[in-house]
Design a protein around this ligand. Structure first.
Ligand SMILES: Cc1ncc(C[n+]2csc(CCOP(=O)(O)OP(=O)(O)O)c2C)c(N)n1
Length: 653
């Protein structure tokens, strides 16, 4: 381990500095010589807690000194820190009075894994999606200018944030909008995977300009060695700032009108503090290029930055994941990734596109097997979709693999560029449903509702891994936009069907349990819940309870639905998505338009933002979706309805 945190328990005789930090004022109250100890204690705490709870360990280990330095120089909550993604905000939490909540970070009742405005007044802006910090910070800076106050605004952006269009849009506006903004570019060369694209290359060149850095390091050592070394070092840093352009040429950021300072060693507290003070007191927008090491202090995290970007519980010594039990079924993302490789081998027109998530989406398998058919475009979901649209116009069959929550960002491109032109682009939306530990920024609950109104969209959800494979083939065989949503984590482990299906007929549902009195229509992973619900309901009431695997949220199997609803006493819909405008709404609308009065009980996520918790089961129980609660709802609905049948059609107004 280099600069590694010791994991041995602190001796009772030596109370930790960290335990005495109740607010940033306490950080300011420490002497400069105590700060390395504070940094070491924070690293130890980060490793201890994330090893137990999981979390974004690598990004946080990289920003320990930077966050301490920020709190030495600025004063939140008066000054505003805006963290991009906010996955690297753990150290900030520890320094702003949240040590206790941090013990249960990402767990029920504990701190969020991101920053949220309602968790602390020190969190100026909530986030979870990338690329938002610079625009939001600029908004705060301009609000300050308009109201005549004088607080400082600091945007903390990772290097991968600069692969986002929004960050570049904000950069384009900074100088026209304000004279005072501090932008920190936290450059560790990694996104989740290694950062990609021309900007990543450019930043690498900026921070590794050999001649410049060699001179810099030699001179730094020299100045520190002189009598009165601190003062001389301060002068040296001033000189370095003023002359940098002479050595490496004006930076891209200067072309945008910001003053560029860097590269700064992001683990050197003294250098950080001095440069932050300079940035704070400068009356022009400044960008500080801070070079940090992702995973610093934990050898396993340094060696495997992609795995340790964010992970479940792990062994803090070996770095081994504790997450998945041996022998559990493969994750949906891997089922998808391997099937795509099979299909892309057979058809060179098929390509896979990810927005900076090769392993999370399973496209890493394509990258390894067929690198020419794989594209990582960076955190650029809008571009990913438009790029796919362009490819599709030329006969390529793009598969865009983006988590449900991140695809929200590319809505106009889905609508205006893909669907309007009826282009054959396949969208594979992993993490549809809950991402329990991450919370509202990461739950994929809105896709059915936001896609259902898009003309031509075919929306599918598999009940198991075999259906996912068949749906991928169905989408690729379809001559228009197709969307497949599937949940986070392990597939079902269901044995392959006796009669494997190659492709599904569009808009055909599957009856998985016959029964005419109550019809439960379930989408995707909710089929398993529907079967359990049907069994309980039938046992309790003696009614014949049928279950339908809808397969398609659009087009809906209207023929089957209408035929069943005419005979049924109640139709129940189950979906792992918001009910507002979702699959159940589609069922309800279909029945209303056919003037069938059979009541519909729609079960899904309510019209609210669902928080984070230790498990999906806890969140389901908190929102009425635990098995017993669903049964109680259906029971109550049956009791409330007179046994009217669908033939009691609505009368025309
Ligand atoms: C819109 C969006 N797409 C994808 C992600 C997933 N994601 C979370 S963090 C991250 C990489 C961030 O890299 P960087 O900004 O350089 O910060 P670092 O983790 O390296 O400190 C990605 C791709 C996201 N949060 N938001």
């Amino acid at each position: 381990m280099s600069d590694s945190a010791s994991l041995s328990p602190a001796s009772p005789a030596a109370p930790r500095l960290l335990d005495a930090i109740r607010s940033p004022d306490d950080v300011k109250g420490l002497s400069a010589t105590q700060l390395p100890q504070l940094a070491a204690e924070i690293r130890e705490e980060l490793i201890r807690v994330t090893a137990r709870n999981g979390g974004h360990v690598g990004p946080n280990l990289g920003v320990v000194e930077l966050t301490i330095a920020l709190h030495r120089v600025f004063s939140t909550p008066r000054d505003k820190f805006v963290f991009d993604v906010a996955h690297q905000g753990y150290v900030h939490k520890l320094l702003t009075g949240r040590l206790a909540q941090f013990q249960k970070v990402r767990q029920t009742g504990g701190a969020s894994g991101f920053l949220t405005r309602d968790e602390s007044p020190h969190d100026a802006f909530g986030a979870g999606h990338a690329g938002t910090a610079l625009s939001a910070a600029l908004g705060m800076a301009v609000a300050r200018d308009l109201s005549g106050t004088d607080e400082h605004v600091v945007a903390l952006c990772g290097d991968a944030a600069f692969t986002c269009g929004i960050t570049l849009e904000a950069l384009n506006n900074v100088v026209a909008s304000t004279r005072r903004l501090v932008v920190i570019l936290n450059d560790n060369e990694w996104s989740i995977a290694r950062n990609v694209g021309a900007i990543a290359k450019y930043l690498n060149k900026l921070s590794t300009n050999r001649t410049y850095n060699k001179v810099h390091h030699d001179l730094e050592r020299f100045f520190r060695g002189l009598p009165g070394g601190d003062e001389m070092h301060g002068l040296w840093m001033k000189w370095k700032r003023e002359t940098k352009d002479f050595f490496v040429g004006s930076s891209l950021f200067e072309k945008f009108g910001l003053r560029y300072i860097g590269p700064i060693d992001g683990h050197n507290l003294d250098e950080l503090v001095k440069n932050l003070e300079f940035a704070r007191d400068t009356d022009t927008p400044v960008i500080l290029h801070v070079v940090t090491e992702k995973g610093r202090g934990l050898e396993a995290a340094r060696a495997q930055p992609e795995k340790f970007h964010g992970l479940g519980a792990f062994d803090p010594v070996t770095g081994e994941s504790k997450a998945s039990a041996p022998g559990s079924p493969p994750a949906y993302q891997d089922v998808f990734g391997h099937e795509l490789v099979r299909l892309a081998r057979a058809d060179s027109r098929i390509v896979g596109i990810t927005g900076a998530m090769p392993s999370g989406t399973g496209l890493n398998h394509l990258a390894a097997a067929l690198p020419k058919q794989f594209f990582d475009v960076g955190i650029a979901e809008e571009h990913a979709v438009l790029f796919a649209a362009g490819l599709a116009t030329q006969g390529i069959r793009p598969v865009v693999a983006i988590y449900s929550t991140f695809l929200q960002r590319a809505y106009d491109n889905i609508l205006h560029d893909v669907a309007l032109q009826n282009l054959p682009v396949t969208f594979c939306m992993d993490r549809a449903g809950l991402s329990a530990n991450d919370g509202p920024t990461h739950h994929g609950l809105f896709d059915v509702a936001y896609l259902r109104c898009v003309p031509r969209a075919v929306i599918m959800a598999p009940k198991d891994e075999h259906e996912l494979q068949a749906m991928l083939r169905t989408a690729l065989a379809h001559d228009g936009p197709a969307f497949i949503r599937y949940p986070r984590g392990s597939a079902t482990g269901t044995p392959p069907p006796a009669a494997p299906v190659d492709t599904f007929e569009l808009g055909r549902a599957e009856i998985v349990r016959p029964g005419a009195d109550v019809q439960i229509w379930a989408l995707g992973c909710m089929v398993a819940d529907a079967l359990a619900l049907a069994a309980s309901l039938a046992a309790e009431t003696g009614l014949a309870v049928g279950v339908v695997n809808a397969r398609f949220a659009k087009p809906l199997d209207q023929d089957l639905l209408l035929a069943q609803a005419r005979e049924a006493r109640l139709v129940v819909t189950l979906e792992d998505a918001v009910v507002t405008g979702g699959f159940g709404s589609a069922v309800l609308e279909t029945l209303a338009e056919a003037r069938i009065a059979t009541p519909v009980e729609r079960i899904g996520w309510p019209d609210t933002f669902v928080g984070h918790a230790s498990s999906v089961a806890e969140l389901r129980a908190a929102h009425g979706l635990a098995p017993a609660q669903m049964l109680a709802r259906v029971r109550a609905r049956l009791a409330a309805n007179t046994p009217a049948r669908g033939s009691d059609a609505l009368q025309p107004a």
